[in-house]
Design a protein around this ligand. Structure first.
Ligand code: TRP
Length: 339
């Protein structure tokens, strides 16, 4: 659809609205690192603090969680030398473009967003206007970089379709071919990490039960204990993926193994098929500790020097604005705003 050639550029973001979990790591950050190291993209990764405040955040927690998320990105392998790492509010063009998009997107489009309906529940008259407009800001995050690839979880697919709709309507209304119509990069099934207490629910930083999740700051003992206590069923592990179909808790633990070890579910089951959970869980705990404890250690080291994190983010914001400022200026010009 686009005649213009866009630089292959990845953008993705995570909300600093709580601690970082294994779900964020296996479902998102690990792939961010892969895309960074692949070398065929420019990569921009973002702590979306402006999105976080669409629901109430205690200011102290927001600042802490933003730095901790930055530490988590870096400890997991996102290199400030190879990627642009930013905090959203430090790059004002995100919010500026979001306003333009608020005037492009239609009320009806927003009302159809299932995430808004889920988050607002019966309380739709009483949530913030920002929560309603959330997807327009997300579209701005992506399009202010002319990003071409956006790795996200399945739950964000509708927001990416809306991003396409906004780009198409903007281009059409103003008779330009300015914003790219992006392709979502949706995660594979193996990386959707579920609650350790209920394999049908996504692992979440907002679940009241801490035992339901592995936090990226958990130490080795805590990780091992949570895995030992994870909900399972009484049967032995199957030797093929098909045998996990109606066993969400078992499937979740096998998926976690596969993702941590970077192998397929079938390959995991070749190794562990036939084992009872009593034997499997300690093996999974060892693997999880081996992969995660070094990240937790590096996060703690980084968090001990918040000024260094702030310096990295300030540097990232400077790099980002070299991309975003000209795109915003051109957008304003297209819209007819006088300089
Ligand atoms: N809405 C995303 C989530 O909750 C976070 C996000 C905000 C994002 N802006 C983005 C993801 C831009 C990808 C691209 O997971």
């Amino acid at each position: 659809m686009s005649e213009q050639q866009f630089t292959p550029r990845v953008f993705s973001g995570i909300q600093p609205s709580g601690g970082l979990t294994l779900g964020n790591y296996l479902g998102a950050i690990k792939r961010f690192v892969d895309m960074q190291n692949e070398g065929s993209f420019e990569t921009v990764y973002c702590m979306v603090d402006l999105h976080a405040i669409t629901t109430w955040q205690d200011p102290k927690d927001l600042a802490h969680n933003t730095r901790e998320l930055a530490a988590g990105f870096i400890a997991s392998g996102i290199s400030p030398e190879k990627s642009i790492l930013i905090n959203q509010s430090q790059v004002p063009e995100h919010a500026q473009l979001a306003w333009i998009f608020n005037c492009v997107a239609r009320m009806g489009w927003m009302q159809r967003m299932t995430q808004f309906k889920d988050k607002a529940g019966k309380n739709a008259q009483n949530v913030s206007l920002g929560l309603f407009g959330y997807p327009a800001l997300m579209a701005a995050d992506i399009l202010i970089y002319h990003a071409t690839h956006v790795p996200v979880g399945d739950d964000q697919k509708q927001h990416l379709e809306l991003t396409r709709d906004i780009a198409i309507k903007f281009n059409h209304d103003f008779g330009v071919d300015f914003f790219p119509v992006i392709e979502p990069v949706i995660e594979g099934a193996a990386t959707r990490v579920m609650s350790l207490r209920d394999g049908t629910k996504k692992m979440s930083k907002s679940d009241p039960s801490d035992a339901s999740r592995i936090n990226m700051t958990d130490d080795a003992d805590t990780i091992a204990k949570k895995i030992r206590k994870a909900k399972t069923d009484p049967d032995a592990l199957p030797s093929e993926a098909a045998g996990l179909e109606d066993r969400p808790d078992a499937r979740n633990l096998v998926n976690i193994w596969a993702a941590l070890a970077d192998i397929s579910v079938d390959d995991v089951l070749k190794e562990v098929g036939g084992l009872q959970f009593g034997a499997f869980k300690p093996m999974l705990a060892d693997l999880a500790v081996e992969k995660l404890a070094p990240i937790a250690g590096e996060m703690a080291r980084l968090m001990a020097d918040p000024a260094e994190i702030d310096r990295i983010l300030a540097h990232g914001a400077g790099q980002a604005r070299e991309i975003t400022a000209p795109i915003l200026a051109k957008t304003y010009e297209i819209v007819g705003m006088v300089k």
